[in-house]
Design a protein around this ligand. Sequence first.
Ligand SMILES: [Zn+2]
Length: 297
Amino acid sequence: MRLDTSCWMLDTNVMARYVPDSKTQRWIIISPVRNDRPTVAQKPTAYHVCPFCAGNEKETPPELYRVGAGEPNTPGWDVRVVPNKYPITDIHEVVIHSPSDTADVDTLPVFQVQKIFSVYRDRYRAHEMDGQVLIFCNHGLSAGASLKHPHSQLVVVPNQINLDALTLEPFKNIVEEYPLFTTYCPEFSQWPFETWIAPKTDGKKFSDVTDTELPELANVVSRTLRKLSVVLKSPELLFKQVNEPFVFNYYIYHGKNWFIRIIPRSIHRAGFELGTGLNVNVIDPTEAAKQLQKVAV
Ligand SMILES: [Zn+2]
């Protein structure tokens, strides 16, 4: 039996409760408020007002940040940041990728991707002292997106909570080399066509990304997603279990030696993997890198 003393409240609003396992190595967050969020399936499309579309700024909580023109909570923005209405923790923001209801990082022009990543960087910097800053994107229903309008999220987790996150894996199975960044499929790839993007300089945090590095980073992210999209949409892909053309998650590692991990969500996890923590990857990362190298975008 778990002792109540092993749990503690994040704040007095009973937003989230952190619970460790018996070895205090892994934690879970109990967050009932998340259960109230809408799902795409529930929305009656005929009367659906998208809170993230330009012109509907009043449908979100008051704006925290924007790039682009216009006054707060009015149109004119290029990228907009608002608090998450259904937060996981007490700092939980939504980064709305663009006014477009459909175009996402894999299809938006590179200059827009650059704006998104500059906002990630700026919001990371704004919260660096508050705890561990996680930035992630869920693209597609099978990747956990609950609102269709493309967006990312930023969640701050207190420093005391041990995050069971992978650290930077060695550069193997390189897809492309750029002056500042490398894209590769690590030997330790838990998912088919998992692809990582990492800076060539050691010891940096994501907040260290400079304005001069941003254009290359945006270009690398955009190219990598386009390549993955081609491979994952290929009719020859036999292992695919998810009935959406291109579903993915990516996240930015929260600490030193940062990287972006892109995970195409083409398969489901099953009992063996849940029971053992051993993931079965049906695509050898060496082969994944070779296929991605071949794709022209
Ligand atoms: Zn929208």
